[in-house]
Design a protein around this ligand. Structure first.
Ligand SMILES: [Zn+2]
Length: 102
């Protein structure tokens, strides 16, 4: 039992290391400017590290970088988009179960 458990744990560590390595590779792809407005990103800036947003799409092997302003705009668009869907849900005859749980 014990050795099996240890083997399992070791495999888990291995997998985690692999994932970290993969993520580091992804971050190596990190650009140095906002993907939307091309505002330069300062990798040495703590403030930038705190406020900028990184979106990793592992499937597409793409890393996107957004400045706080564009991130805010994007979120607003997403929100409006969701609101549109909600309105459609309310007026339409096909209620979806995908809406957020209350
Ligand atoms: Zn931007």
């Amino acid at each position: 039992m014990g050795s099996l458990k240890r083997k399992y744990a070791r495999n888990r560590v291995k997998r985690a290391q692999k994932e970290i390595k993969q993520q580091l590779t992804m971050f190596g792809k990190l650009g140095n400017k906002c993907d939307t407005c091309e505002e330069p990103y300062d990798k040495k800036s703590k403030e930038h590290a705190m406020t900028w947003n990184v979106v990793v799409r592992e499937k597409e092997n793409v890393v996107r970088l957004y400045c706080p302003e564009c991130w805010g705009k994007a979120n607003k668009i997403i929100e409006e988009f969701n609101n549109d869907f909600r309105i459609q849900d309310e007026t339409g005859s096909l209620p979806t179960e995908k809406s957020q749980p209350e």
